[in-house]
Design a protein around this ligand. Structure first.
Ligand code: AG3
Length: 277
């Protein structure tokens, strides 16, 4: 018997992947969690039926999401990742020697547990002494951070799910204002902002919201074959440094996707994307 996993990406678009095994499938306190062994992409994590990450293509997402802001900042010391319970983003943050503290704020502890168990190549960094894992709602955490409950961050990375349920608020102007409040002078926000082909309104709205809140806002792209349309966007908001003129040292240790050339190239946008924002 063949086993196929299908994500309904939109009402009229699906992606299917052949799986050899279901490693875990359960309802957590927040969502339906599935971990599958797939033939083309290796181990894959899905939440509520939406592919979040796969071993084979996650570098195109996590490396670009993290190394672009962290190489832009001259000396990132404190970094927060909102969401991203699989640990892939944190693993990349730790490649920057200036980082003294990396806080992972994941609302669903089951995601962290599943990743520790099935995706060690993503979650391995979670045991690093610089890492603090907080089980909390990212919005509330960032709001409190802005009120001085925790020291300010140099970079805040928003590695959220699609804008449904708990994640809806993570694409709003209000949230970006809270992020700004939690950043140190010269701080940077990077948020995943979905597909320019399939989430046009959302992307435009999120980018414009960031541009309202931050003196500098830029959009950049990467290619993630298992995400809807394969073309994926990040919105970067900065209180100072410009990602087109990166001031940091860049990641130490090997990358599978990110290069300084790609860093620059990622900001070259197709005409239809420039028109979109
Ligand atoms: N967060 C963004 C995943 C969005 C994918 N959407 C979809 N498959 N419909 C990924 C979390 C990885 N750390």
């Amino acid at each position: 018997m063949e086993l196929w996993f299908t994500e309904n990406q939109t009402a009229s678009l699906r992606i299917s992947v052949k799986a050899s095994k279901v490693l875990e499938h359960r309802q957590t306190g927040y969502q339906e969690l599935s971990v599958l062994e797939t033939e083309p992409w290796g181990t894959m994590l899905a939440l509520d039926g939406m592919i979040q990450t796969t071993e084979r293509d996650e570098a195109a997402y996590h490396e670009m999401m993290v190394h672009v802001p962290l190489s832009t900042h001259p000396r990132p010391r404190r970094v927060a990742v909102i969401g991203g319970g699989d640990g892939g983003a944190i693993r990349e943050v730790l490649k920057h020697p200036s980082v003294e503290q990396a806080v992972l704020v994941e609302i669903d502890p089951a995601v962290v547990e599943a990743s520790r168990r099935w995706l060690p190549s993503l979650s391995s960094g979670l045991d690093d002494p610089r890492v603090q894992v907080v089980a909390a709602d990212g919005r509330a955490y960032v709001q409190q951070a802005g009120q001085g409950d925790v020291p300010p961050f140099d970079v805040i990375v928003v590695d959220s799910t699609d804008p449904v349920r708990a994640a809806v608020g993570l694409f709003s102007e209000e949230f970006y204002r809270d992020v700004r409040g939690a950043l140190a002078p010269g701080g940077i926000l990077t948020a995943q902002t979905e597909s320019p082909y399939l989430n046009r309104e959302l992307l435009r709205q999120a980018f414009r919201a960031a541009a309202q809140v931050f003196p500098l806002a830029r959009l950049y792209l990467t290619c993630v074959p298992t995400y809807p349309s394969g073309l994926w966007s990040f919105t970067l908001g900065s209180l100072g440094p410009d990602p087109l003129d990166p001031a940091g040292r860049g990641p130490e240790g090997s990358c599978r996707y990110y290069t300084p050339e790609l860093h620059r190239a990622a900001f070259a946008l197709p005409a239809f994307v420039t028109e979109l924002i």
